[in-house]
Design a protein around this ligand. Sequence first.
Ligand code: SF4
Length: 204
Amino acid sequence: MNELMTTAAENLRKNGFEVYTVATADEAKAMALSLIGGGWSVGVGGSMTIRQLGLVEALEEKGHNVWWHWTSPEEKPIVWNNARNADVYLASANALTRAGQLVNIDGTGNRVASMIHGPAAVLTVVGSQKIVEGGITAAIGRIKQAACPPNASRLGLNTPCAKEGKCDEANCGDDCMCRAITVTNRPLRGQRYIVILAEEAIGY
Ligand code: SF4
């Protein structure tokens, strides 16, 4: 584990997050499955990390009731509502600062809203490539450079980052996916907030 990941993990703990560090994506998946209690309902945000880990399939095999709009796109409003009222909400973060702040950008808002208010517990899996040396500005920069272009491209959006591979916010039109930015400095009051930090890069 490098110095940046060690420091970010320490700072997350100081900020009140429940943190587990692992080496590989497989270990991150096993850790997540061990922390999600039997019978818990699970809401899931749009996340390539969660998809890459195959967590939804693994949870369904264990008998969990899972609400994920990626597998039920035709029922999005119902799924979003049920996900927001689940026992635990599963997602990643778009970036993590050295100081232990989780930064997320959202176009629809269901993901960031559910990570802030609703489920009693939030569980995020974060690959170490998402940790930035700097603060919130660096985190937003990382998201717009490394996360938005492949996401916008995957979704077929008509944005500068999808077409040219880099952000041009001034000329980003109706398809803009950077509509809300959240910075979580500490778990919200009464919330259990778990962060699994993996050395291996997961998602983007
Ligand atoms: S503001 Fe627009 S161009 Fe920039 S990263 Fe976000 S979606 Fe892409």
